[in-house]
Design a binder for this molecule. Structure first.
Ligand SMILES: [Zn+2]
Length: 232
């Protein structure tokens, strides 16, 4: 039993099969075929809705990216953090706007979910981007004050209500006058990061941009419903 558990842990940390299609890869996270299906998000887009916040992302949220995020979020697959974090850091550094005034802030997880999952996937991605870019991490600048329902179970209007007021500024001094890079794993309708932007605005940051591993195609504003099951 102990051996089986260790094997499970090793498989999560060093998967030997493709996270998306399950074929043998010899240690790579994703096979060549699936890797070729991942669609790059070449340009930053604007967050849908009420503000003009940039969404920076290395990938569009297609099937393979969603499989990677699902693996990270629900199957203990922290092995993807290094790879996705590197891609996110590269996407961020490709932008000309970086300054020494920039800080990285992850979208916070509620503590009950943190206890259950054992790790905070947005926090891990944010830490990896910080490590690779040298941009300081401010992991406790924002707090999640209440537990919210899974956004995927709700329509757009209810998603907004679900996260409204869920985030609170914990440390205005870490945000005031800064260029904030808000990190989440996935942005679909954008309601979660919009609620975070609203909380951050109370500290008067110089700017806020969103950095994620994958985002929905803008124009459609969200990925198909079956694709975003249990995600945001
Ligand atoms: Zn594959």
């Amino acid at each position: 039993m102990v051996r089986g558990f260790c094997r499970f842990l090793l498989d999560c940390m060093f998967p030997r099969t493709c996270v998306s299609c399950g074929c043998f890869t010899g240690g790579n996270l994703v096979c060549g075929l699936c890797r070729g299906q991942m669609v790059r998000a070449d340009e930053a887009s604007l967050l849908p809705g009420r503000c003009s916040t940039d969404v920076i992302s290395p990938f569009l949220a297609g099937d393979v990216l969603l499989a990677l995020v699902r693996f990270l979020k629900f199957e203990g697959g922290t092995a993807v953090v290094g790879w996705l974090g590197r891609e996110m850091a590269a996407a961020l550094e490709a932008r000309p706007a970086g300054t020494c005034n920039t800080v990285i802030v992850p979208v916070p997880l509620h503590w009950t979910r943190l206890m259950r999952r054992g790790y905070d996937q947005a926090g891990l991605l944010a830490a990896e981007v910080s490590r690779r870019t040298g941009i300081p991490l401010r992991p406790r600048a924002l707090g999640r004050m209440r537990r919210t329902m899974a956004q995927s179970s709700l329509d757009r209007g209810n998603r907004r209500n679900n996260v409204a007021g869920a985030f609170r500024l914990r440390s205005a001094g870490q945000i005031r006058g800064r260029d904030v890079v808000l990190v989440d794993d996935l942005v679909t309708t954008g309601e979660t990061v919009l609620a975070c932007c609203l909380a951050l605005s109370g500290a008067r940051p110089s700017s806020v941009a969103v950095l994620c591993a994958g985002r929905a195609r803008m124009g459609k504003n969200k990925v198909e419903r079956h694709d975003c099951h249990m995600f945001e």
